[in-house]
Design a protein around this ligand. Structure first.
Ligand SMILES: C[S@@+](CC[C@H](N)C(=O)[O-])C[C@H]1O[C@@H](n2cnc3c(N)ncnc32)[C@H](O)[C@@H]1O
Length: 283
């Protein structure tokens, strides 16, 4: 990009009115709060939509969006642009220790033949594939239980990455070597610094778009385990409580809910008991 283009970009800012229109819309659609401190971040993220829609400036983009009646067609791109998708394999590893050492043995001892697990807000797939590696290993070593994983997110771009299951190899560094050896495939072309999740794990995870703001989560039979980590932090308290209430309604009694390490349910009147740090059991 030329110096002139960079300078023009730096001068292109959102008016207060347009930032408010964007943040109101994002809050209504996705529950995500965008306080004024997020202005620069949002400007940066919307610039690629300005280019993609061939608008001249951020404020032109907003006029096109809100006054030009293009919201419906642009909605998916806009939501994809504003979500924060940071994730990692084996992120917050104590949760996976708990899953492996406590939750799976207890569920096996209860005689459960098949576990239904949901990774809500799965981003690019590191979380559901981490869970799949552990469930698959446990099932191999103990002759069960069988399992199926549903992985959902609002953002259609991260879901496309997750479905492909191809990652820069450095992202797989947190995966223990034994699991990497079994579930991570090197490309035939060794010059490509990418790896792919093994087909049996990809087959065990079904990806779908789902908005946690929806009144009803169409997940079918009750879940044994739900991971909903590092997304509640973007919502206000009332929205967090409504989301956790709906998640609990999808969990069987005795089932487990894993939240992110900085997320809490303090003050929510819900049938949940803490069983480990940010791990809750439905009573
Ligand atoms: C920071 S990532 C967390 C990913 C993963 N759970 C983890 O802990 O590594 C947050 C994810 O929540 C998704 N998200 C944000 N708002 C959402 C909503 N209303 N419904 C569903 N997913 C949402 C984003 O698209 C993003 O991929």
């Amino acid at each position: 990009m030329s110096a002139a283009a960079l300078a023009a970009m730096a001068e292109d800012t959102l008016s207060r009115r347009d930032f408010e229109r964007i943040s109101r819309y994002i809050y209504q659609q996705a529950g995500i709060r965008l306080p004024p401190a997020k202005l620069t971040m949002i400007e940066g993220r919307l610039r690629r939509r300005v280019r993609a829609t061939r608008r001249a400036t951020l404020n032109d983009y907003c006029a096109w969006l809100f006054d030009g009646d293009h919201l419906d067609g642009e909605k998916e791109h806009l939501l994809n642009a504003v979500t924060t998708n940071k994730t990692d394999f084996f992120r917050e590893p104590k949760h996976f220790d708990y899953l492996q050492q406590q939750a799976l043995p207890a569920m096996r001892a209860e005689g459960r033949q098949r576990l239904r697990v949901w990774s809500a807000a799965c981003s690019t797939g590191a979380e559901p594939y981490t869970i799949a590696m552990l469930l698959d290993t446990y099932a191999r070593e103990h002759g069960g239980p069988d399992y199926g994983i549903l992985a959902t997110d609002l953002d259609t771009e991260v879901l496309a990455v997750a479905r492909r299951g191809i990652y820069p190899s450095v992202l797989l560094d947190p995966v223990p070597p034994a699991l990497r050896g079994r579930y991570v495939l090197r490309p035939r072309d060794a010059a490509r610094d990418e790896v792919r999740i093994a087909p049996e794990l990809r087959a065990a995870v079904g990806f779908a778009r789902m908005n946690l703001m929806d009144d009803h989560y169409p997940v079918g039979a009750p879940m044994d385990i739900i991971f909903c980590r590092n997304v509640l932090i973007y919502f206000d308290k009332a929205t967090q409580q409504a989301v956790v209430r709906r998640l609990v309604s999808c969990l069987r009694p005795g089932g487990l809910l894993f939240l992110g390490h900085s997320e809490t349910i303090t003050g929510f009147d819900l049938p949940l008991t803490a069983v480990a740090n940010t791990v809750f059991q439905r009573t």
